[in-house]
Ligand binder design. Structure first.
Ligand SMILES: Cc1cc2nc3c(=O)[nH]c(=O)nc-3n(C[C@H](O)[C@H](O)[C@H](O)COP(=O)(O)OP(=O)(O)OC[C@H]3O[C@@H](n4cnc5c(N)ncnc54)[C@H](O)[C@@H]3O)c2cc1C
Length: 440
């Protein structure tokens, strides 16, 4: 601990978990001049991930799903830095902004780790190089641009088999993220194909491949079956109990021996811990998540908390880890902030406990499935619930209004098929550069 009476709280990550922790701490310590709170994130914005599938499908403008992290705070200091390493013993976080800047070594008294996860390709041959992840707004923009590009190519192609190849889109992973993106994409491409005179709607296909026995295992079986039947009735193919053996630039090979010719494989099949977390000397679960105690503290490292997708948080009711969702991350954030206050000011910490309130997943064509506090809904009403709840939860009034306008326009006008070419930097380069500054 520093000898200075000022207490330095450092939060790493400005996603659901980090941003909400900062917002709670800002309120808690609003009048405490001897408490400094710093939030570090590699981009200067927060991404509202539940709306990324709609960015791919052009029903929301990409910029409307992100909010500047600077606009949220009065007391908290925001720094646009990428974390490179954390020294839990010396209490120093090593960060950088870009290759021409100095290296920043940030000291802390209290540390909150909320760095989320990265896409895991499970060592599938070629997947990392040849598939499209969907973790952030940059991924969504690249994928949208690529899909439109496939249509433009197909429109010029005379061979119908080659057109089918170009217009086959494979989503790997049938969890809610995979289903959401597949459903939105299916809607988008079928409504947009009419603008391409040389493309026949029958030539367009969206396929989901999942190794499990059913899609959307996060939902109850009845709703998952409803979703599957609906998507199949709309022409989607769903391959269950099917893994992916390899992804090549022009095809994907499934482990049942089937080969699908496609230039578009969307990877929604899992995540792994952030590389910075892998090297920490604390205890981790088999997936690499930081194991925390009931107060969300990292054992053996006093003053260090971890939450959100990068943490393994035991659910006291089931003993299983809490699921990696935004709704859990924001509740964990509130508890972390409370426990930091108890630690700084002296008081009793409280254990984290939260039961999932519900799950909602849009299925395209103004339909969705929803399960809220045990009540199940499907179809238009569930879609209406999805839009209302997620619009309310979207941070910032300006963003809410912009998204509401996007949705209103979507009711009356065709989806946007303008392709503003997005530089398709490889993800490794993007990781290295760390910011997403170069798209329009
Ligand atoms: C497409 C999609 C749809 C989803 N839909 C839903 C949904 O409908 N409902 C729901 O509850 N959940 C949903 N989720 C899950 C939800 O987004 C996550 O559970 C949630 O984002 C976890 O919050 P987090 O703060 O732990 O991680 P994140 O939100 O991922 O935040 C991590 C932050 O750390 C930053 N960061 C990463 N590395 C560094 C570094 N080295 N240095 C500095 N900063 C760094 C990132 O830029 C990011 O801002 C969805 C996820 C995706 C990808």
């Amino acid at each position: 601990m520093s000898q200075d009476p000022t207490k330095r709280i450092l939060i790493l990550g400005g996603g659901f978990a980090g941003l909400d922790t900062a917002l709670h701490l800002e309120k808690i310590f609003a009048k405490d001049k001897d408490v400094e709170i710093t939030l570090v994130n590699k981009n200067n914005y927060f991404v509202y991930t539940p709306m990324l599938a709609e960015v791919v499908a052009s029903s929301i403008d990409a910029k409307h799903t992100v909010s500047s992290l600077r606009e949220f705070f009065n007391k908290v200091t925001f720094k646009e830095l990428e974390v490179r390493s954390i020294d839990l013993t010396k209490r120093i976080v090593n960060c950088y902004h870009c290759n021409v800047c100095e290296i920043f070594n940030l000291e802390y008294d209290y540390l909150v780790i909320a760095l989320g996860t990265v896409t895991s390709f499970h060592n599938t041959a070629g997947a990392e190089d040849n598939s499209f992840p969907l973790k952030n707004v940059y991924d969504a923009k690249i994928l949208r641009s690529h899909v439109i590009d496939m249509f433009e190519h197909a429109d010029l192609e005379k061979d119908p088999n080659e057109r089918r190849h170009l217009l086959t889109f494979v989503v790997v992973g049938g969890g809610y993220t995979g289903v959401e993106v597949a459903a939105e994409l299916n809607d988008y491409i079928h409504t947009s194909s009419r603008f391409y005179r040389n493309v026949h709607p029958d030539e367009v296909k969206v396929i989901i491949a999942d190794h499990g026995p059913r899609i959307m295992r996060e939902m109850s079986e009845g709703l998952a079956d409803y979703a599957q039947n609906l998507l199949q009735a709309r022409g989607m193919e769903i391959h269950l109990k099917t893994g992916v053996s390899s992804v090549l630039p022009n095809k994907v090979e499934l482990d049942n021996g089937v080969t699908i010719l496609t230039n578009t494989v969307i990877w929604a099949a899992g995540t792994s811990p952030h590389p910075v977390i892998k090297s920490l000397p604390c205890e981790k679960d088999k997936g690499g998540g930081i194991i925390v105690n009931e107060y969300l503290e990292v054992p053996d490292f006093p003053g260090v908390w971890a939450l959100g997708d990068c943490a393994h948080i035991p659910d006291p009711k089931t003993g299983n880890p809490c699921p990696p969702t935004g709704q859990h991350a924001v509740r964990e954030a509130k508890r972390v902030a409370y426990n930091i206050e108890a630690t700084v000011k002296g008081g009793d910490k409280k254990p984290f406990q939260y039961t999932t309130q519900g799950m909602l997943a849009p299925l395209g064509h103004r339909s969705a499935v929803a399960e809220i506090k045990g009540f199940k809904f499907s179809g238009f009403f569930a879609w209406f619930l999805w839009r209302t709840i997620y619009l309310i939860k979207l941070p910032g009034w300006d963003r809410k209004i912009r998204v509401a306008i996007d949705w209103a326009l979507d009711l009356f006008f065709p989806r946007d098929i303008v392709q503003l070419r997005v530089p398709t930097r490889s993800r490794q380069q993007e990781e290295h550069i760390g910011t997403e500054e170069s798209y329009s």
